[in-house]
Design a protein around this ligand. Sequence first.
Ligand code: SF4
Length: 255
Amino acid sequence: MKQNNLFKLSPKNIEELNISKLLVFRRCPFEYKLRYLEKGSLKWEPKLDMNLGNFLHELVGLYFKNKIVHNEKQDIGRLFESKWEKEKIRFKEHQEDYHAKCKYIIDLFKRSPIVRTHPLASEYKFRKLIREDMYLTGRIDLVSKTDNNIQIWEFKLDEAELGFIDQEHKKFLQLIFYYYGIANAFGELPHNIGYYFFSSGKTVLLEVYPDILERGLQEIENILSEMKNTKEYIPKINNYCPSCGINKICPAYNK
Ligand code: SF4
């Protein structure tokens, strides 16, 4: 793999590369500054949809973990109702709406091809030394196997973050990063990378090819170099703004 050469270009003072931070910076430097550089002073207000996204990630994570440990078919509907009873307070006075939303999403999930894959790891944390002074870190929603192919999956509530990105290596950047993060951890290199969108039940699965990996790494270098040279963290209006936890205090969003 050629990543060592490319990652040599990255700033020397960064010890850990986490793709979530890079993606937030790419999406909006102002959001990045408030979330990661000044987080002590930030009044972060998670939106209900963000709670929904977290709730579904946890639910599906548990579903696959149980499947891996007990090797048995689960009833995700029952798993949901039991989790819902304990945690519905997260949805404040909108519990009825969100309960109906979740049920609809779970019905879609039950019919998705993802439930037919063989899960190898759920919410898989990695920390991989990429050069003498730098680690790649992250948590992968699902690593699964099908027809001898290793697949890496990332779950998203919807396509808001990705809908406006047209180039493949940029759209799949998070998953390319994960590809390098786990490499041969499951006995072979992953063949496919894909997103599953809870709200629509849609999957976007891509076969990994060398060019997309090269471009993805170059894109990571570009973001790192931009981060290094940024003096002003300017707000960048984008599709994610309505769900952004700081949109109430964002000068660009409230114009
Ligand atoms: S509302 Fe939009 S522009 Fe403002 S900080 Fe959030 S993502 Fe950036």
